[in-house]
Structures are given as C-alpha cells and as structure tokens.
Design a binder for this molecule. Sequence first.
Ligand code: NAD
Length: 449
Amino acid sequence: MKVTVFGTGYVGLVQGAALAEVGHEVCCIDVDPAKVAALEEGVIPIYEPGLDRLVQENAAAGRLTFSTDPAHGVAHGRVIFIAVGTPPGADGGADLSHVLAVAQTVGERMEAPRLVINKSTVPVGTEAAVRARIAEALAARDRAELDFDVVSNPEFLKEGSAVADCMRPDRIVVGVTRDDSEALLRELFAPFNRNREKMIVMDPRSAELTKYAANCMLATKISFMNEIAAIADRLGCDIEAVRQGIGSDPRIGYHFIYAGAGYGGSCFPKDVKALIHTARAAGCEPHVLRAVEDRNADAKTAIFEKMQAHFGARFGERGLKGRTIALWGLAFKPNTDDMREASARVLMEALWQAGATVQAYDPQAMEETQRIYGSRDDLRLCGTKEAALSGADALVVMTEWRMFQSPDFEAVREALSEPVLFDGRNLYDPERMQGHGFTHYGIGRGARA
Ligand code: NAD
C-alpha cells in the first residue's frame, strides 16, 4: 500500500520504517529540511536502538523515501498518517497547530480518496476537528465531492524500544466509524496483527481518550510509588522491600512500580497536563491527576534536597557552593538521547543555582545536553563515566543505564574526594554500598553512613 507519514520524529520515523519493512511504499514528510536532508543521507537524527538499520535498509530498497514537499506526500499516500508533535499550549492543553496544519495541507492538495490516520496524541474531539479542517479546505476549492475519512490510531511505543514496540505491538487501538476504513486499516496493519487479534476497534473519541488514560495510569503508578517512598524515607522503611511485598499481589503486579527521581520525557508530563485541561473543560475536577503532577514535581527535587542536607551538614552555609558533583545519566530514561523534561535537568539547574559544578556523563544524551545548555563553566561533559568522577565531591545517578548498574565501586570510591553516593534510581543496595565504604542516599531507602 502507498503510505505517507507526516512528521519524522520518534513516532513518525519509526512507524514509517516499520511499515516499509513489511512491504508498504512509505514516503515520510517533514517541515524540517535539515532532518530530511540527514535522513536522505542515511543519518538518523535520533537515537533509537535498531532504527538506523531499519531506515537504511528500507531506504536502500526504495520502500522508504523522504521529502519536505507536502504536495508530494498528499499525492503519494492512499493512507496518510499524522505523526507531528502536540506540545503543551500556554494553558496546558495540547497545541494542535501542527496537526491542523497537516489537515489543511491534505484538504488543499488531495485529488483522490484519502484515509487520514491520526497517530499524534490529541485531545478528545480532534478527529472531528481534523475532519472539519479538511472539509473546509476542500469546499474552498469546490472539491467537496472528494471522499476522505479520518480515524484515530494512537501510538503506544516506548522511546528506547520504539522499533520493537512498533514491529510487535501489544495492541492496535483504532477509533473508526466507517466499515471501508476499518477494512483498509486491517489490510495496512495485517503484518503486525498475525499471531493474535490485537486490533481494538472503538469510536474515535474513546480511542483519543484511551491514549491519555494509558499514559496517565503509568504516571500515576510512578507518582504513587514516589509518594510511598517519601513516606518510607520519613519512617525509616525500605521502598524496595515494600515494592516486592506489594508487587507479589497479581492485582498490583511488578510492572512500573519503581520509586525514583520522577518521570520526564516528552509524553507523561504533557499528557497528564493535557488531560487535566480536558477534564476541567468538561466540568470534571481531576483530583488524582493533579496529585500525580504535584508528587512528580516533588520527586524531581528530592535528590537535590538530600544533597543540600548532606553538604549543609558538612559545610554549613556554604553547602553545595564550590562543590563538584559527578552526574551519571542525563537522558530522561535509558536507551534514548531524549532530554525533554528530564529529571537530570531539574537537578543540574538546582546544583548550578547553589553554586556547584556538574561533571556529567551519559552514553547518548551528551550532544543534546550541549545543545540545550551550550558552553558554561559549571558544566563539564566527560567522555567516560570514570572521567566524570575525577576529583568530584559526590556521585549522583539520575538515569538507570545498564552500564551504571555494576561499576567498579572501589575505583569509584577512590576517584571521589568523599565517598558519597546519591542514587536517584535506586540502582544500588544500601547495605552493599555501606560495605564498599559509601554514604548512600536512595529514594525511600533512608541514608546510611
Ligand atoms: P517529535 O517532536 O519527535 O517529532 C515531530 C516531527 O513533526 C518533527 O520532526 C517536526 O519537524 C515534524 N512536523 C511538525 N509539523 C509538521 C508538518 N506540518 N508537516 C510535517 N512534519 C511536521 O514528536 P514525537 O515524539 O514523534 O511525537 C509525535 C506525536 O506522537 C506527539 O503527539 C506525541 O505525543 C505522540 N507520541 C509520542 C511518543 C514518544 O514516545 N515520543 C509515543 C507515543 C505517542
């Protein structure tokens, strides 16, 4: 099938490449000429495991092409995906300007029937808004007779495993009303729907809400555990023991119940905000979602507060001023270079405010950090995790990359001027760390000297 994808970010590029891999003829359109030029050269602008091979092989086979020309995109695809960004607007609601710009383009250019599939995360009612925008643009050209349909198909991939998630989705949610559109979707997604029925068909508004409900449920799990961790800290309990104790109940389960330095990324923070906005606009006060946000804001500053308390006790008013802090992990989670709303950013900015210098290492997100913060005296980006330790007064871990899980603790202790470890992701066992001679601070684990 001929497919066009508008937007070559984490979602559009991965979806486009996955569809090409199973044999569809895919054209990816983006408004960013630098991104398109890079992709045409086989350079992948984001880090996502397995994506470079998928893109390069399918581009070489001629099944995956890139362009900045929207007219070409609309002419190419019988089905047209919208996979552009929906950042938070000034009022917390999703900014739909990019989504509606694509709808406008489709209405202005289409010459034959088109199925528009909205993959961006959008508030309830957007399918109707996209439909209205296309219809208006067609009417303005006196082409109202041209047939088109708009369906909702939210994306559930996870950054860091986006290719695997897209090639083997656990569900394909579609919000569709017309039988012929559902049939086309079934044909398009058939290669991803083979071993069992994964397609969950519903009305478009419910499909739109499903995406927000999924992300908000996951954010709630994290904030809930961070709340219990904050309580555990005050009471001298160990959140890791509590986690295992509750996870063994199948009604709760072990997935996604780790305490840590808060959630970040491009999705959870903006989607919780957007659903709060949607709920209020619908006259429903979102008590739980508000608390999820509040707890996450506290979780993002918890490690800094522990550092302030530690260095305040050691150096009085000077506290963190003039200290050098080794930071392992910048990305908002492992296996990505994405720094959007990363907890490490909140920490670094607080450390700088307090007069500390940061020596940071991340396997993928250093370039992005450099791009965001530029050159500054109080940020040293180091080539290895070992180099980040040299002469530092403490180590703080903010992203649970595998390579941070079992370092040579003796070497870490020797490189630091003081053996203090702030563990923002509860990677290390406090008693073992004590055995290695560290003062260890975790999340919900108490400090052990
Ligand atoms: P992104 O910011 O990485 O990419 C969006 C791309 O769209 C950019 O390359 C931008 O240049 C391009 N674009 C903007 N306007 C355009 C236009 N008019 N025509 C063509 N291209 C245009 O965003 P993303 O992370 O891929 O997310 C896209 C959508 O998918 C968002 O709504 C997001 O909430 C949702 N989503 C994201 C994830 C994720 O993990 N990143 C997961 C599921 C859903």
